[in-house]
Design a protein around this ligand. Structure first.
Ligand SMILES: [Zn+2]
Length: 414
C-alpha cells in the first residue's frame, strides 16, 4: 500500500532523539524547548511533502491539511498525536536501539537492565517483529512519537499518491498532553473536522472508545505552629492531620493498588507540608462520571470528621474538573468508532473496543465537539525506561489510517 517501512523507521528514530519531556513545573507553553524544535522539524517536513498550509502556531501546535483528492462534499477528518513525552522518566539523550526479527526472550539493554518477558508478556506476541528500545537510561518516547511518525508517513504516502481517493485530512500535533494541557490551545473551528483520531495506543487492533472521567481534589490542612518546646496544648500539626487523612483512605478497594478494568479509585499522589499548613492532592477517577461526586462527598465527609476530632484544625476541600469520559460523547456519534472498526475488518484484522484507565487528548477534544477515539500505534511499557515500540504495528497503524480515510470518503459520496 505504498507505505515505506524504512522511511517510517527513520522518521521515528529521528523524532525520538529530540528530547521533548513535558515539564509540569512551568507555566510556559509548550513546557519544554524540545517541543518547539520537534514541531519546527515536522512543519518543515510537511511543507517538503507539499502540504502548503503546514504551520507551527504561536502556541507550538503543528497544523496542516492533506487536500482532498475527490470532488464533492466529503467529510474532513483529523489525525492527532502529541509531541511531548512523560516527565515520569528521563527523556533527553534517547539512544534508540533497533532489534530486527525479535527472536523471543528477555531483551538486554545497554544499561545492564533488561526488558523481561515476565514483566512484559506482550513480547510473546511480537516474535519476528522489529522492535525499538532505548539503552535503558531514558524512555523511548514512542508515546507518542510512534503516533507522530505514523501520521507523517500517512501524509507522505497520500501526498505522493494523489490517485488514492480521500477527503480533506487535517493533521494536528499537540503539546503537553502528558501534563494535561494537550487541548489548552485546541481550536475546534480551526480543526474543521467531523471526527478525529488520536494515534496514541498500544497493541494492534485496539480502538479506545472510553476514558476515565477525572477530577482533582486539593485538600488543605490549616494547623497551628508553635516552637516545639511550648507545643503542649497549643500546637496543631497539619502534617499529622494530612497523614491521618491519607491513612484513612481505602486501600483494599477504590485504590489504584487494588482496582482494575472498570473500577474507579481515589489516588493520593502529592503531599506538600509544614506544621502550619499541609496540602494533599488526590486524583478522583471513574468511568461513571456521576461517581466522581460521590467520591468528592466522601472526601468532604472525612474532612468533617477530622475537624470534629480536632476543632482547631481547618480543612478545605477543593474539587477541579480534569476531563470526562470519552464514551459520554462518542456514543452521540458512533460513526467515528464504527468506521475504525470497519477499517480493521476490511484489512481482515481482528479488533476490539477498549477503555483507557486514564485520559487522552481525545476525551477533551470529544467534549469540545470533535468525537475522537484513540487507535493503536504499537507503544509498550510507556512512561518507563523499559519502553519499546513495534515497527510492524506502527506500519499497521498507517495501513489502518489509509483504509479509514477511504471509508470516510465513501461516506461522503453515498
Ligand atoms: Zn500518549
Amino acid at each position: 500500500m505504498h507505505i515505506q517501512r524504512q522511511r517510517l523507521l527513520d522518521r521515528f528514530l529521528q523524532y525520538t532523539r529530540i528530547g521533548t519531556t513535558a515539564d509540569p513545573n512551568t507555566q510556559d507553553y509548550p513546557s519544554s524547548r524540545g517541543q518547539w524544535l520537534l514541531g519546527e522539524i515536522l512543519t518543515k517536513q510537511l511543507k517538503e511533502m507539499g502540504i502548503l498550509d503546514a504551520e507551527q502556531d504561536h502556541y507550538g501546535l503543528v497544523w496542516g491539511t492533506i487536500p482532498a483528492t475527490v470532488d464533492g462534499p466529503v467529510p474532513t477528518i483529523l489525525f492527532n498525536a502529541h509531541l511531548d513525552t512523560s516527565p515520569e522518566a528521563p527523556g533527553d539523550h534517547c539512544k534508540p536501539q533497533v532489534i530486527e526479527n525479535y527472536q523471543g526472550g528477555d531483551i538486554p539493554l545497554l544499561s545492564g537492565d533488561s526488558i523481561r518477558i515476565s514483566e512484559s508478556p506482550e513480547l510473546e506476541q511480537l516474535i519476528g517483529k522489529t522492535l525499538v528500545t532505548t539503552d535503558g537510561k531514558t524512555l523511548l518516547g514512542a508515546d507518542d512519537k510512534a503516533g507522530v511518525a505514523a501520521i507523517m508517513e500517512l501524509a507522505n504516502v497520500l501526498m505522493e499518491h494523489p490517485h488514492i481517493p480521500h477527503g480533506p485530512i487535517r493533521i494536528l500535533f499537540t503539546c503537553d498532553e502528558e501534563i494535561g494541557r494537550g487541548t489548552r490551545h485546541f481550536d475546534l473551528a480551526k480543526a474543521g473536522a467531523i471526527a478525529g483520531y488520536t494515534l496514541d495506543g498500544g497493541a494492534s487492533g485496539t480502538i479506545d472508545v472510553e476514558t476515565f472521567s477525572a477530577d482533582l481534589a486539593t485538600i488543605t490542612f490549616h494547623g497551628i505552629n508553635t516552637h516545639p518546646s511550648v507545643g503542649k496544648g497549643k500546637m496543631v500539626n497539619a502534617l499529622r492531620a494530612a497523614c491521618r487523612f491519607v491513612a484513612n483512605l481505602p486501600l483494599d478497594h477504590l485504590a489504584p493498588e487494588s482496582t482494575s478494568q472498570r473500577e474507579g479509585f481515589l489516588h493520593p499522589y502529592v503531599l506538600h507540608s509544614s506544621v502550619s499548613e499541609a496540602s494533599v492532592q488526590i486524583l478522583l477517577r471513574d468511568f461513571e462520571t456521576a461517581k466522581l461526586d460521590e467520591y468528592a462527598q466522601y472526601l468532604k465527609q472525612l474532612a468533617q470528621d477530622a475537624m470534629q476530632d480536632e476543632p482547631r484544625l481547618r480543612i478545605d476541600v477543593q474539587i477541579e474538573e480534569q476531563y470526562r469520559n470519552l464514551g459520554d460523547k462518542l456514543c452521540e456519534f458512533p460513526l467515528a468508532a464504527d468506521l475504525a472498526e470497519q477499517a480493521y475488518k476490511r484489512l481482515d484484522r481482528p479488533c476490539k473496543r477498549d477503555a483507557i484507565r486514564g485520559g487522552s487528548d481525545g476525551s477533551l477534544m470529544s467534549h469540545l465537539g470533535l468525537p475522537t477515539p484513540n487507535l493503536s500505534v504499537g507503544q509498550y511499557n510507556i512512561h518507563s525506561v523499559k519502553e519499546f515500540a513495534c515497527l510492524d504495528e506502527m506500519l499497521a497503524a498507517v495501513e489502518h489510517a489509509l483504509v479509514l480515510t477511504q471509508l470516510w470518503s465513501d461516506q461522503g459520496r453515498v
